[in-house]
Design a protein. Structure first.
Length: 246
């Protein structure tokens, strides 16, 4: 098509490249999922179907975008790490962020009936997204440690909170009041003494979140993608997989 006299408006579209040679972290988070989870009857504190659906959508994203080398999910969020040398969409910020966010959202909606066969979707969910540019391996390690520590802190709190409400007969206001200012040891003790629950016995999925890795050997993408619920704060995960940060 020849240039029309209108084509100059195109010049107002500015380039938005992400810094070269740096890791790109894309984190998506469900918009108002406090409400979405209530409207759709999610089990509290952890609806396993909802977490599996998040994992499925994230696995689809990892499968579609080969430069994603690691992903981590908890609750209504997922983080995707793109290798530092990626040239995906020429590292255009908006292009990468919007396509990853919309693809994840579509997959979430697309697979919904498989995980919630008896719960029709009441309204279309959306996810926000951001990309953070990190310069080095240390900050990537610390980023994932930060998210996994967050998973643990939230899960411990929520587990005790919902035990107090569902089994202890407290109102949500009372349960929050009981937990205000308590340290982790106190929460473990409430769980054990009042509810006969050993926190260690709770599913690793809830305590550790979901880690999605691409296995290097084998090569065939879909087969090579695995969901784990292991520790990523210590060195072991990383020394076993040196290719993630290379
Ligand atoms: P925002 O739009 O600011 O992100 P939000 O309501 O989504 O608001 P978040 O801090 O993202 O707030 O928290 C997500 C909330 O969604 C959790 O606090 C929890 O209530 C709910 N939720 C998400 N996943 C699950 C799940 N698998 N089981 C039960 N509840 C869940
Ligand atoms: P990119 O990912 O770069 O946007 P693209 O294939 O989507 O690549 P566009 O320039 O956005 O390229 O063009 C969209 C194309 O989609 C059109 O060229 C046409 O082939 C097809 N298309 C979109 N809407 C329709 C429609 N309503 N009927 C028929 N074809 C359509
Ligand atoms: Mg948020
Ligand atoms: Mg949210
Ligand atoms: Mg969240
Ligand atoms: Mg197009």
């Amino acid at each position: 098509m020849a240039n029309s006299k209108y084509a100059y408006v195109r010049n107002y579209e500015l380039p938005d490249p992400l810094l070269p040679g740096c890791f790109l972290m894309c984190r998506l988070d469900g918009h108002s999922f406090h409400r979405f989870s209530e409207v759709h009857g999610f089990t509290k504190p952890n609806d396993e179907r909802a977490l599996q659906l998040m994992d499925h959508a994230a696995t689809d994203v990892v499968s579609e975008y080969k430069d994603i080398v690691l992903a981590f999910g908890e609750s209504d969020e997922f983080s995707f790490l793109l290798r530092k040398s990626t040239n995906l969409y020429n590292r255009r910020h908006a292009k990468i962020l919007t396509t990853l966010t919309s693809y994840f959202t579509s997959c979430y909606v697309f697979h919904w009936p498989r995980y919630f066969p008896n719960t029709p979707m009441q309204y279309p969910p959306s996810f926000d997204g951001r990309i953070i540019v990190y310069p080095d391996e240390r900050s990537i390690r610390d980023y994932f440690a930060w998210r996994q520590a967050d998973t643990h802190i939230n899960n411990l709190y929520n587990t005790v909170f919902w035990a107090l409400v569902q089994e202890g007969g407290k109102t949500t206001t009372e349960a929050h009041a009981t937990l205000r200012g308590t340290v982790s040891a106190t929460k473990h003790e409430i769980l054990f003494k009042q509810f006969n629950t050993n926190y260690n016995d709770i599913s690793p999925r809830f305590k550790k979140g979901s880690i999605i890795v691409r296995q290097v050997k084998g090569g065939r993408a879909k087969i090579g993608i695995t969901v784990l619920h292991c520790d990523i704060i210590g060195d072991e995960f990383w020394t076993e997989r040196p290719y993630i940060l290379s």
